[in-house]
Write a protein that binds this ligand. Structure first.
Ligand code: CP
Length: 339
């Protein structure tokens, strides 16, 4: 089944499930949640939205920000949570399959938020859960997809450029994204954040500069997505240093060496894909620097204080868009607008 055939209200497993109109709806909800969360009264109102709902967070790969932001997105909406953070502490340790684990979680909860090391685990869970009414969100599936990361990435771009436009008129998402040049740097082959971002950007009229070592270049699935959208252009380059001139968005990523089979990443020269303080003078004054995080040394820490560095805001935005997505899946986006 194509991802676009899956009802987002049941399962969020792939970034191609979001279209431009839906992004506008979700981002208006995210803006509203962010505003309400800033006051005690607003927080109390939000917590009355879904107090009858129970969610399970099932993470069998490490996570800091996705796990904590989903936990707190649930808290914002009044949802009660339980979790498996490590398969070593679950009955998978005794040989239980992923299928049976998901089946078990679905006996107790209304929503499963799942990160899994296998590329296809979220798809399989979604087909199983579609029969019993429990909702699913893919919080990262192996090297394959990280749809809510792409959602918060596009929200960050929208939020930043919306605040630069000198008009009170509400801007649609595509008005703020179309025409931008995005430099994506690093492990594009194995990075699910980069893969999902490129999938979601394929809905817009943008120019991509994909900078990666030869060993980590975009796989055929990414090139197919690029080819399908005639309004999107992409070039592949071998370093970042001479490619800042046109970039409105610089999206850095770390090497995904957890997927090595024989420590092969250690032989790859990643230096040309690291952002140095000395690069800042060559980057446009109104560009933004993003990173899905966690980082190693792809961005020098001295860059954090530059006003173009938005990655800490980007991770915070995960809270608002994840709460907005959950509210949408439970049919509450119109109710949110009235709060
Ligand atoms: N960006 C991201 O998925 O971070 P975590 O692995 O910390 O959740």
């Amino acid at each position: 089944m194509s991802p676009t055939d899956i009802d987002l209200k049941n399962s969020c497993i792939h970034p191609l499930q979001f279209d431009k109109d839906l992004l506008s709806v979700l981002f208006r909800s995210a803006d509203k949640i962010k505003t309400l969360d800033a006051s005690i009264d607003g927080r109390k109102k939000l917590q009355l939205l879904l107090p009858h709902i129970r969610a399970a967070l099932y993470f069998n790969q490490p996570s800091t920000r996705t796990y904590i932001s989903f936990t707190n997105a649930c808290h914002i909406l009044g949802i009660k949570i339980s979790d498996i953070r490590d398969s070593g502490n679950s009955s998978e340790q005794k040989g239980e399959s992923v299928h049976d684990t998901i089946h078990t979680l679905s006996q107790y909860t209304d929503l499963i938020i799942m990160r899994h090391k296998d590329d296809n685990a979220a798809n399989e869970a979604a087909s199983f859960l579609s029969e019993n009414g429990v909702k699913l969100i893919n919080a990262g599936s192996g090297k394959d997809q990280h749809p809510t990361q792409a959602l918060l990435d596009i929200y960050t771009i929208y939020d930043h450029f919306k605040n630069k436009v000198k008009t009170d008129k509400v801007r649609e998402v595509h008005e703020l994204i179309d025409g931008k040049t995005i430099l994506i740097a690093g492990d594009i082959k194995r990075g699910r954040a980069a893969r999902s971002l490129i999938n979601l950007l394929s809905k817009f009229k943008v120019s991509l500069i994909l900078a990666s070592p030869d060993e980590l270049k975009a796989d055929s699935d990414i090139n197919e997505v690029i080819k399908k959208n005639k309004e999107l252009t992409a070039i592949h380059v071998n370093e970042i240093g001479s490619n800042f001139n046109d970039a409105d968005i610089i999206y850095m990523t770390r090497i995904q060496d957890e997927y090595d089979s024989k420590n092969e990443s250690s032989a790859i020269n990643y230096e040309p894909f690291k952002l140095k303080y000395s690069h800042l003078k060559n980057i446009k004054k109104d560009a933004i620097i993003m990173h899905p995080l966690p980082r190693r040394d792809e961005i020098e820490i001295t860059i954090d204080s530059d006003k173009r560095a938005v990655y800490w805001q980007q991770e915070k935005n995960g809270l608002w868009v994840r709460a907005a997505l959950i509210a949408y899946m439970f049919g509450l986006n119109k109710e949110l607008e009235l709060l």
